[in-house]
Each structure stands twice: as structure tokens, then as C-alpha cells.
Write a protein that binds this ligand. Structure first.
Ligand code: F6P
Length: 545
């Protein structure tokens, strides 16, 4: 066993946390602020262009101390070393987990089975650079001799969510190439994308680590037919690129061997955007920006590896998340970026967090007796304020929030950006302080309401406050900072997996549905009968008739 195998609830620190929780559970965050003048000073971290303020959480100094004790008792430091040393911490698949090697400096060394993989990473990076430049500059052309104007990325899960989130997130830095992402097996949507495109000027990047994912391969076939249906295109070879760890399958699909970019089994799909899986990022933003993204992630890797836990952003976020999830019993966690560019960040995090830590079996093979992954969700502010913030403020559930915002705009005036960011600060302030019955009554009275009206209306206008949030304030939305932000969440996932004593890097839970779907496809398309439960049989009959 590489990572330690300890039920966290049996540790001294966990038991102390339970006792401590009993003591402080009725305290309000504002009591903590009142008692401790140095709370903000002690509960924030400044690192590079990041500021994390975690003072608006239901924790005090003792909580922080005990959470760090928990990390120590569960050998977090040693686990981080195993992770960075390329030990096979993905034990159920017998693999290392080394996405950090993909963004390493050329002088760094990351060993997989005793071999430094960094030189190979750089060899592939140079291929990505060369290929991207050729396409961007128009030196590489389609089969009929026209330059490429559009790129379709076909892939699903980690082969889609990372690249599409980054391309959208950094669209301010984009070049002239139009990028399109096709992930779903929904052929209606595929037609929707294709109808706007000219096959002669379209480059297709098929991204699939396994090259066996049904949705991706079916979509690639469909798009190959579309390409070949053009009387100007004789061969699809010049239009198809593959990114995969299964080179043979890509070749047998018909991809030209010079256009196959490799990835490795030590890169998990949901952590792969830093590899050739990010080819569409490099095509769309240029290789220099792709490199800057990697650089930002590498800087966060070093911060995570080297900082003490009390100043370590991913560790602190992970520990606060454990406190909220396992002690406050918050079931979900919202991520609210105040940037429309980061619209896809919550869905990206849904895969990376929930596919990693949505596990009910511990590293001992036994069912856990505590909660594991939070449910992650969110939308950009201020849109989210006008949609579901009502529930944050006055609902019955505790929803811890990560507010992510930027000090500087990209192209808007500072005046407009201030108007936008005023909401960012106002929301966490409102969640913390709320508004008491007395305040509401006073306000209504001042507005001229009668005594009866005040009595009737006041309860509905009360905000209880005391709702936890983290504020992540970053200088500017740049490729470097987005790289650091994503890496920050990746390491948070790692830390939580270590503490929950689960294997974060497999995903067996997605297999059963895939298998059943392939049986049902045979039934629907070829009439091969199979057994189902009564409800599913009924539904299939209704669908067929
Ligand atoms: O089904 C889940 C999954 O395996 C993800 O983990 C992965 O990101 C996605 O499917 C796509 O897999 P592939 O890159 O092999 O097509």
C-alpha cells in the first residue's frame, strides 16, 4: 500500500474535531471576528497573483490547528511526496498520477518506473508547437489546398471539458481559428455544428485516451462521412488528427501516423488538458499561451509541494472543504466565478472532483462510514445571483461557496469592472452578516410601513447570515493564472482523497451504464432481445412503438 490506509474518523485529530465541533457549532462567524482582531491576517494567504481569504468560514484558530493535525496524522506530507515521485498511487489501475510532469520545467525530473518522462513530454510539446504554428500560419492545408479556418475537437469527459473550459476561459487571447467542441452522442447537435462549416477548411482533432469511447468514435465516423461527402475532398487524411494513448486504434481508424499525438497512461483523462489533449488549446490560443498556462500550473505545483500546510492554498481549501462536508454536513459546494469567460469552470470541476472523489469504498476495500465528495455546482456571477442565490441566502441548506474574481478587467473600463465586482464583494458580505429582524423592522419603518405591515413582512426579509465562503481574488484572467487556478483545484482533490482514504484516480463507477447502453443499442437497432427490470422493459417498449 503506497498511500496510508487509515479510516480518518478513527484518528485522534478527527475525534478532537468532533468534540471541537460540538463546542463551536452554535457560534457565529461574526463572534469569531469579534473575538479575534487578527482573524483576517491569520486566515488569508497571498501567493503570486492570488489572494485566498478564508476568514468567512465557520472555523476558528483551533479548528485550523486540528484540521492540520488531521492532515499530519494521515501522513499528507508523505503522500504528496509519493504523488510527485510518480509512485503508483492509482493502485486499482496500477498507475502513477503525474499530470505535474506535463507542466514541469525542462530541468525538472519526474520518474515513472525509474525513467524521467520530462524529455518525452518536451518532445511531444515541440510537436504540438510545430503543428499548431503550421495550422495557424496556414502552412498546413486541407485536402483541397485551402487553409484551415475551423477546428472541431471531438472528445468527451476529460477529453473535452478541460480543453473547452480553457479555450472559452481564455477566448480573449484567441486567434482567428474558430473552435468547436463536439462531445455528446447527440447526433442532432453534431449536425447543428456541421451545418455552419465548410469541410474543405475544417480540421478535426479526435481526442480519446482509449480511442474506444463510443461517443467519440461514433462522432468521428459521422464527421468523416461528412468530410468525404464533399466532392472537393478525396482523402480525409489531411483533416484528421488524433490524440491518444492507443496509437494502434487511431491508425486503424485511418488517422495518418504523422498526425497522431501520444499521451501516457500516467495521465488521467480529467487531468490531461496539459498534454496533447490540449492541442485544441494550442491551436486556438497559440502555443505561447498554452505554455503560459502550463507555467502557471507548474508554479502552483511548487507552491503545493513546498509550502507549509498553514500557508498552502490547495491544502487549506481541501481542509476547509472537509470541515464543511464532514462536520457541518454541507452536501454541496458552489463555485461562482465572477467572469463570464469562466462559464465552463463549474462543469469542468464537476468531472474532476466528482469522478475522482465520488467513491464509497476506502483504500482497504471496505465501505466508508463517512461522507466523501461534495457535489460541485455553480454558474458565473452575477447571473447566478439572479438564479439560485435566493437559496444561498434564505434556503435551509448550507452551501459553502468559492467566489473567484479578478482585480483587473481584460478590456472593460475599470469603472465598469468595479460595478461588476461590487457584486462579488457584496454577496460574500451578505452571506456572512445577513440582516437581523431588528434591522429589517427598522428599515421597513423608515420606508413608511405601518406597524402591522412591518410585523407581517419582516420575517420574510430576514437573512440569517453565517454562511461560509472562500474568496479567491486573482490579479487578472491570464493564461498563467488560469493554469494556477486549475492546478489549485487538482491538488485540492488529491488532498481530500488522501484524507477520505479513497482512491481518487480510478472511475469504475462510469462502467456499468456504458455496458448496459451497448446491450440496449443492439436491442434498439438490431432487435437483439435482452433482459431488463420491469420499468426499463416498459420504457423500451414505449420508445420502440
Ligand atoms: O467514462 C469516463 C471517462 O473514462 C473519463 O474518465 C474520460 O475523461 C472520458 O471517459 C473520455 O475517455 P477517453 O479519453 O478515453 O475517450
Amino acid at each position: 500500500m503506497i498511500l496510508s490506509n487509515i479510516n480518518p474518523t478513527q484518528t485522534v485529530a478527527w475525534k478532537a474535531l468532533e468534540k471541537h465541533f460540538g463546542k463551536i457549532k452554535n457560534s457565529e462567524m461574526n463572534d469569531f471576528f469579534a473575538l479575534d482582531d487578527s482573524r483576517v491576517e491569520n486566515f488569508h494567504v497571498k501567493w503570486e497573483q492570488f489572494l485566498l481569504d478564508y476568514s468567512k468560514n465557520r472555523i476558528d484558530n483551533k479548528t485550523k490547528e486540528l484540521l492540520i493535525d488531521l492532515a499530519n496524522e494521515l501522513n499528507l506530507k508523505q503522500s504528496i511526496t509519493s504523488y510527485f515521485q510518480g509512485e503508483n498511487i492509482n493502485e486499482t489501475e496500477n498507475r502513477a498520477v503525474l499530470h505535474m510532469a506535463l507542466r514541469a520545467k525542462e530541468t525538472e525530473s519526474f520518474l515513472v518506473n525509474g525513467v524521467n518522462v520530462v524529455p518525452e513530454v518536451y518532445r511531444v510539446k515541440r510537436e504540438i508547437e510545430k503543428f499548431s504554428n503550421q495550422v495557424i500560419k496556414g502552412n498546413l492545408k486541407g485536402n483541397s489546398g485551402k487553409v484551415f479556418t475551423d477546428v472541431i475537437n471531438i472528445g468527451i469527459g476529460g477529453s473535452d471539458l478541460g480543453p473547452s473550459m480553457v479555450v472559452n476561459g481564455l477566448s480573449y487571447y484567441k486567434n482567428h481559428l474558430q473552435t468547436h467542441f463536439i462531445s455528446n452522442a447527440d447526433a442532432d447537435f453534431v449536425q447543428e455544428v456541421l451545418k455552419k462549416l465548410n469541410p474543405e477548411t475544417t480540421l478535426i482533432v479526435v481526442v480519446s485516451k482509449t480511442f474506444t469511447t463510443r461517443e467519440t468514435i461514433d462522432n468521428a465516423r459521422l464527421i468523416k462521412e461528412w468530410l468525404l461527402s464533399s466532392d472537393k475532398i478525396i482523402s480525409a487524411d489531411d483533416h484528421f488528427v488524433a490524440v491518444t494513448a492507443n496509437v494502434e486504434e487511431a491508425l486503424s481508424f485511418g488517422v495518418n501516423k504523422n498526425f497522431v499525438f501520444p499521451i501516457w497512461d500516467w495521465v488521467g483523462g480529467r487531468f490531461s488538458l496539459w498534454s496533447a489533449v490540449g492541442l485544441t488549446i494550442s491551436l486556438s490560443l497559440g502555443f505561447d499561451n498554452f505554455e503560459k498556462l502550463l507555467k502557471g500550473a507548474n508554479e502552483m505545483d511548487l507552491h503545493f509541494k513546498e509550502s507549509s500546510f498553514d500557508k498552502n492554498i490547495p491544502v487549506l481549501l481541501a481542509l476547509i472543504g472537509i470541515w464543511n462536508n464532514n462536520f457541518l454536513k454541507a452536501e454541496t459546494e458552489a463555485v461562482i466565478p465572477y467572469s463570464q469567460y469562466l462559464q465552463k469552470l463549474p462543469s469542468y470541476l464537476q468531472q474532476s472532483v466528482m469522478e475522482s472523489n465520488g467513491k464509497n469504498i476506502d483504500r482497504n476495500g471496505e465501505e466508508v462510514n463517512y461522507q466523501t465528495s461534495q457535489i460541485v455546482w455553480g454558474e458565473p456571477g452575477t447571473n447566478a445571483q439572479h438564479a439560485f442565490f435566493q437559496l444561498f441566502h434564505q434556503g435551509t441548506k448550507i452551501i459553502p461557496v468559492d467566489f473567484i474574481g479578478f482585480k483587473k478587467p481584460l478590456s472593460a473600463s475599470m469603472h465598469k469592472h468595479n460595478e461588476f465586482m461590487a457584486n462579488f464583494f457584496a454577496q460574500s458580505e451578505a452571506l456572512l452578516n445577513g440582516k437581523s429582524l431588528e434591522e429589517v423592522k427598522e428599515e421597513l419603518t423608515k420606508e413608511g410601513c405601518s406597524f402591522e405591515e412591518v410585523q407581517k413582512l419582516a420575517p420574510f426579509k430576514v437573512f440569517k447570515g453565517n454562511k461560509p465562503s472562500n474568496t479567491i481574488l486573482i490579479d487578472k484572467l491570464t493564461p498563467e493564472n488560469l493554469g494556477s487556478l486549475i492546478a489549485m483545484y487538482e491538488h485540492k482533490i488529491f488532498v481530500q482523497g488522501v484524507i477520505w482514504n479513497i482512491f481518487s484516480y480510478d472511475q469504475w463507477g462510469v462502467e456499468l451504464g456504458k455496458k448496459l447502453a451497448s446491450t440496449i443499442i443492439k436491442e434498439l437497432n438490431f432487435g437483439v432481445k435482452s433482459n431488463h427490470d420491469a420499468s426499463t422493459s416498459f420504457l423500451l417498449n414505449e420508445f420502440k412503438n
